[in-house]
Design a protein around this ligand. Structure first.
Ligand SMILES: [Zn+2]
Ligand SMILES: [Zn+2]
Length: 501
């Protein structure tokens, strides 16, 4: 039942098993076909495989050696259609997601220590809110498995706030967008050295993990990135996480592989000369998750910075060194391999991505002329306190006050608007269970008054779009929050972002 490496791995897994532990761990358990068949109540095949004919179903509840957060797979055979549900510590079951191949982990060479050997590797599944203790696998035949291994991951994660934007180095000076760096997600050091090749191409991938798209917070995404790194290094024996960058459902950009510009990744089997951006989700049937506007904008920002820096035409084609032939400068994984990656619905956006990058570059840099204002430029009325303890804050601090007090408190920015127009308005706050679930924010000026209600108990640590409002040029409009509402809650003022439309 157990892989012979397990006793050693268990030692590593159990002490750090608490959800959110800083110290991560990863190990796997292998069930051979005979054992799977016995558990499923079917007769084992003479050759030791677990077989289900078409039309037959079987459910297996497989326990983990300790609490875990993320689950991966590798197998020999053809599992067919399998639904995966994580059993959580309280006994409940999480939502079902398909057992999907992690296309990018089955491309190119594995390292010498790869736990998966020559097996097919599956995509990750994540538990949110509490640890998982077991997994329920619902098989629908036809299925034929020689063996199935489950990879138990406790990612651990750092808790460092997102860094500030880094100035760009391209001829147009297009800035590097804000990126959650490796420290922010608690990256492990690489297990071998990096190699380098100038970037000429940008590759678009997906992680094929439906549960990553269900993440509700910055910290969950940080843990997902950390689990991905553990998975890539453990199953495939890669030096580090394969992708140079990942983009989550919130439009946050995550630094993947270390080593900086021009580091060679591991993502399409060719790698030399390409920079991989992987979208965290499952962008084809049966889940059909889609690249939302925040994700496309994030890819656009990252792409515009890199295209400017390297002189890449987002609409052009050129020689891709690793591939040994001509390839569009922006390509989807399936353009260079037999794979569903990056998913039909992401692949359908390739021209939108090219146009977004081109539009940003034609706009002459400046991050698409967006305006970001942090805590230091807030003006206040009433009583406000400076907070620093919430890890999902923007920058180094934020202001907070209480609802239901006798005196009104307000905190506002006065953005300098370059031109009359419509602006997408985003707010960032650190979330918490003591926060006001109905925080009133608004803009008031010569262009009129706009208000919105936001729930500061949720969606912390990210830019939240609250509306698209008209602003006149100049510095005549105030945008901010007030402490209106039922008493007993905390109201946060942290950061504002305006993006011209
Ligand atoms: Zn891919
Ligand atoms: Zn996220």
């Amino acid at each position: 039942m157990f892989d012979r490496r397990l006793p050693l791995l268990l030692l590593g897994l159990l002490p750090a098993a608490a959800l959110g532990a800083r110290q991560g761990s990863v190990g796997h358990t292998t069930w051979d076909g005979t054992r799977l068949a016995t558990l499923a109540g079917t007769v084992p095949s003479a050759d030791g495989a677990f077989r289900l004919p078409a039309g037959e179903e079987a459910s297996l509840l497989l326990p983990a050696p300790g609490p875990f957060r993320s689950l991966g797979f590798f197998w020999h055979g053809a599992p067919g259609r399998v639904q995966v549900r994580l059993q959580l510590a309280d006994g409940s079951f999480g939502p079902a997601a398909p057992l999907a191949e992690a296309e990018d982990l089955n491309e190119g060479a594995r390292g010498p220590g790869a736990a998966a050997g020559d097996a097919t590797v599956g995509a990750l599944h994540h538990a949110y809110g509490q640890s998982a203790v077991a997994v329920l696998l619902e098989f629908a035949g036809p299925c034929e498995l020689q063996d199935l291994s489950l990879v138990w991951i406790v990612p651990g994660t750092g808790a460092v706030p997102p860094p500030s934007p880094v100035p760009g180095a391209g001829p147009r000076g297009y800035p590097k967008p804000p990126v959650n760096d490796r420290a922010s997600w608690g990256a492990d050091p690489p297990q071998c050295g990096y190699s380098y090749s100038p970037v000429t191409h940008i590759a678009i991938h997906h992680t094929a993990s439906a549960s990553e798209y269900w993440s509700t917070s910055w910290s969950e995404c940080a843990s997902n990135v950390k689990a991905t790194q553990s998975y890539h290094m453990y199953t495939n024996g890669w030096c580090d996480i394969g992708y140079q960058y990942l983009v989550c459902v919130h439009g946050q950009i995550w630094e993947g592989r270390g080593g900086g510009d021009d580091v060679v990744g591991a993502h399409d089997g060719y790698n030399r000369g390409s920079m991989a951006i992987s979208n965290m989700g499952y962008f084809h049937a049966p889940y059909n998750q889609t690249l939302n506007a925040a994700m496309i904008d994030a890819i656009g920002e990252l792409g515009a910075w890199k295209c400017d820096q390297q002189g890449i035409d987002p609409w052009g084609s050129s020689y891709y060194l690793g591939y040994g032939g001509t390839m569009t400068n922006l390509y989807g994984h399936r353009d260079v391999g037999l794979t569903a990656c990056p998913g039909d619905l992401a692949y359908a956006e390739m021209d939108t991505i090219r146009a977004t990058i081109d539009g940003k570059l034609q706009g002459g840099g400046g991050g698409g002329n967006e305006i970001i204002l942090d805590t230091d430029s807030l003006q206040t009325m009433g009583t406000w306190y400076t907070g620093t303890s919430s890890v999902d804050k923007y920058g180094s601090d934020y202001l907070w006050t209480s609802t239901g007090t006798a005196s009104r408190a307000a905190a506002w920015w006065t953005p300098s608007i370059p031109a009359d127009g419509w602006y997408a308005v985003y707010f960032w706050w650190p979330q918490g269970t003591n926060r006001n679930p109905a925080t009133l924010l608004g803009a008031r000026g010569p262009g009129g008054t706009n208000t919105a209600i936001v729930d500061q108990q949720h969606n912390g640590g990210q830019w939240n779009l609250v509306g698209t409002w008209w602003f006149p040029a100049g510095s005549s409009t105030k945008v901010g929050v007030v402490n209106d509402g039922a008493s007993g809650w905390v109201v946060i003022a942290d950061a504002l972002r305006l993006v011209p439309q």
